[in-house]
Design a protein around this ligand. Sequence first.
Ligand SMILES: [Mg+2]
Length: 130
Amino acid sequence: MNNKLKVGIDIHGVIDTFPERFKYLSTALYKDGAEVHIVTGIKRDACVDKLLADAGIMFTHYFSIVEHLEATEENIKWVNGRPYAAEDKWDNAKRDYCKAQGIDLMFDDSPIYLPTFNDIDSTYLHVINQ
Ligand SMILES: [Mg+2]
């Protein structure tokens, strides 16, 4: 329990794309005492919990952009089951969370969030699935 790392991992394009790799990584980090934060767009519900459990992901925290925007009373429009909010609010939510939590490494597949990490200490690890 001497690992001080705080690691953020996105779900779509990361955990759901490389479930076995992130099972091993998250388990090793978790067992060593690191914080493993799921940092994703979607709300936590039974489906998400099942996805994470089926993938064998070990984590300590869960952050959802939708839950965060709802809590801050941002306008979210739902179109065909997908959430839409003001672009800057949505695009900066992961960055703001990582900065506030002191996340060391953030695994994410989106090129959209990449530039938002330019001025914070968290390292953005852009996961690219060719
Ligand atoms: Mg993603």
